[in-house]
Design a protein around this ligand. Structure first.
Ligand code: SF4
Length: 599
């Protein structure tokens, strides 16, 4: 008896999500046999082949013929319009035949010397996905999302819309793949199958996998992942989810749920005593006690079953985690301030894991998944990496602490730090104080300048529309970004969300938020909380400008861990070159001849 972990499509195609390796780490520490499958990345490798693109075109033509009078005129018109568009592209047939080469080029380590080819191949990659999605209209797969393009994101958050099509071969792009793949996963009757879902984009992939598994094997199925917590209130009412699909949903800290669920699976614990799960019994849905504190340190990730060569990256970048929680843990908008205990692993333990991964997978790029590494940890880490002469490059979140002076930053650079991601949140001292962020603008500026001068790529996180944020506060953030655009190489911003387990959620009155608004809610968006109409127009205009900036484009197109191998090979002052290649996407150059010429 074993546990099989499945990560369904659609999700990021560049690096593994860490949910499954974390849970497999917990079970393997208990001596449980477990294996994980990233069916997301496997699916993209499977489908991005010229034969499937040609098949999709043929299917689309048949739909347009509509011989059985089966399809709506609207679907036919959409497909026809898009097929016509694709056929207008220069060399389309030739290019389709080269799709396999394009996938290889994206993964080619040497294509760092060939950014233009890389950008063109990226365009090609997205076009192939557009064609592959055509017959399944209105469902559309891209490298960034899977959705029903006819309905809003909000409507799709009601995941019921995906249940109806999990066995519909005309609408479900994942069905054929799952029928081919599931019998090859080594599942046996009696196994515990855990399916990890992080977002709505993965629902259809997950439900399809479950339907196929259920038809073939007598197993128990648990779904977990951050999506469960977002949809908790709906799941608690959804009997069909339990009668047709899953046996259990794991909530909150999956590390606790999976351990105790395995104990139940092997007869060592009653189901009602398993923490952090939802189950169905005697026509009722039950939620067991929520344990949100872990009395253990972070364990090592277990990648049994993973094939890193499948990811669409030139280099493998692997995650490392030092602790749950945050050493600061006092920001009032953040749930790290209450439910996750900060208890870091030792530096030696972390370095030992890095050495093992370097040896086993021949990798040198790592990203720390921690909310923020403490100055004490990172300095000791850097000292030991330097003295051991380990050739690594890494990325981490850090806080703007005064202790990060030029001397320390130089040492961190020497040890391999290339990207520092800083939580600035706001350029307004007043808002930083309301957040209880514990940082000041002057220190932030000094650190950003010093880090940039040494060669460290600075990324910052920003939050807009905090309740009580005035136009003046908002513009202070915009001014900060504009003033320090040389030092801040990329940024990501989002509007304020009020989430559970935060100080603000528990003390809404202190922030002039009506507590009634929070009743029966897991989260609120800024527009649910306060009327922003007065500054809305300016905020939208400024956000649009930010979105067009190189810094936003870099993060959007590359993200943190994708940027790491790239900036290891390009001097920081040339980093905007990456942004220029994003612009190429608009031109849609599909000729492989041209592509090879630039190789
Ligand atoms: S926002 Fe960042 S620094 Fe603040 S408590 Fe959360 S994780 Fe820690």
């Amino acid at each position: 008896m074993k546990s099989v972990f499945i990560f369904p499509p659609q999700w990021d195609i560049h690096s593994p999500s860490t949910g499954i390796p974390t849970l497999m780490g917990v079970l393997s520490e208990m001596g449980v046999e477990c294996i994980g499958y990233d069916l997301n990345i496997d699916f993209f490798n499977y489908i991005l082949k010229s034969k499937y693109v040609i098949e999709a075109i043929e299917k689309s033509k048949k739909i347009i013929e509509n011989a059985d009078n089966k399809y709506t005129q609207e679907k036919i018109n959409y497909i026809k319009k898009n097929l016509d568009k694709f056929h207008k592209y220069k060399n389309i047939e030739h290019s389709i035949n080269q799709i396999d080469n394009i996938s290889n080029l994206i993964k080619d380590k040497n294509s760092f010397n060939n950014y233009k080819a890389k950008a063109i191949s990226q365009v090609f990659f997205n076009t192939a996905l557009d064609i592959l999605s055509l017959p399944y209209y209105p469902y559309k797969l891209s490298a960034n999302s899977f959705c029903n393009i006819k309905i809003s994101q909000k409507a799709q958050d009601d995941y019921s819309c995906f249940k109806g099509i999990s066995e519909d071969k005309d609408l479900n792009i994942f069905l054929e793949y799952m029928k081919y793949k599931i019998p090859n996963l080594g599942i046996k009757d009696g196994d515990l199958i855990c399916i990890s879902i992080n977002s709505t984009d993965q629902i259809l992939g997950a439900l399809t996998a479950i339907k196929v598994i259920r038809k073939m094997y007598d197993v128990k199925i648990a779904i977990g992942g951050s999506w469960i917590d977002y949809e908790l209130l709906s799941i608690l009412k959804d009997k069909e989810l339990f009668t047709q699909y899953t046996d259990y949903c794991m909530t909150g800290l999956g590390e606790i749920a999976v351990k105790e669920l395995w104990e139940h699976h092997t007869g060592q614990r009653e189901l009602k005593n398993v923490s952090n799960i939802i189950y169905f019994e005697n026509d009722n849905i039950y939620q067991t006690k929520n344990v949100n504190k872990l009395n253990k340190k972070v364990g090592k990730y277990n990648y049994n079953g993973y094939d890193f060569s499948q990811y669409f990256m030139n280099e493998t970048v692997l995650p490392i985690k030092v602790s749950y929680g945050c050493y600061w843990g006092k920001c009032k908008f953040c749930d790290y301030n209450s439910n996750k205990i900060y208890d870091p692993r030792s530096v030696d333990d972390v370095i030992q894991e890095i050495e093992e991964l370097m040896k086993k997978y021949n990798v040198k790029y790592f990203y720390f998944q921690d909310a923020a590494l403490s100055p004490k940890f990172i300095e000791e880490f850097a000292d030991k990496i330097i003295s051991k002469k380990l050739n690594i490059r890494y990325l981490t979140n850090l806080r703007f602490e005064k202790v990060f002076d030029k001397k320390l930053l130089k040492k961190l650079y020497k040890s391999g730090l290339r990207i520092a991601q800083w939580g600035l949140e706001s350029g307004s001292p007043k808002i930083l104080e309301k957040y209880n962020k514990g940082i000041d603008i002057q220190t932030a500026v000094k650190i950003l300048k010093d880090a940039y001068s040494i060669g460290i790529f600075n990324h910052t996180y920003l939050i807009f529309n905090f309740p009580g944020e005035t136009m003046e506060d908002f513009m202070m953030t915009i001014d900060f970004i504009n003033k320090y655009k040389r030092e801040v190489k990329s940024f990501a911003f989002h509007s304020f969300w009020l989430i559970k387990n935060t100080y603000i959620f528990d003390h809404p009155e202190e922030f002039s938020i009506d507590p009634e608004l929070l009743k029966d809610k897991d989260f609120l968006s800024y527009s649910d909380i306060c009327d922003q109409t007065e500054k809305e127009k300016i905020v939208i205009a400024e956000k649009e400008k930010l979105n067009k900036s190189p810094q936003a484009a870099i993060y959007r197109s590359l993200g943190g861990c994708l940027t790491l191998p790239m900036i290891d090979k390009i001097p920081l002052k040339y980093i905007n070159i990456i942004y220029n290649y994003e612009k190429i996407k608009n031109k849609l150059i599909l000729s492989l001849k041209k592509l090879n010429k630039h190789k």
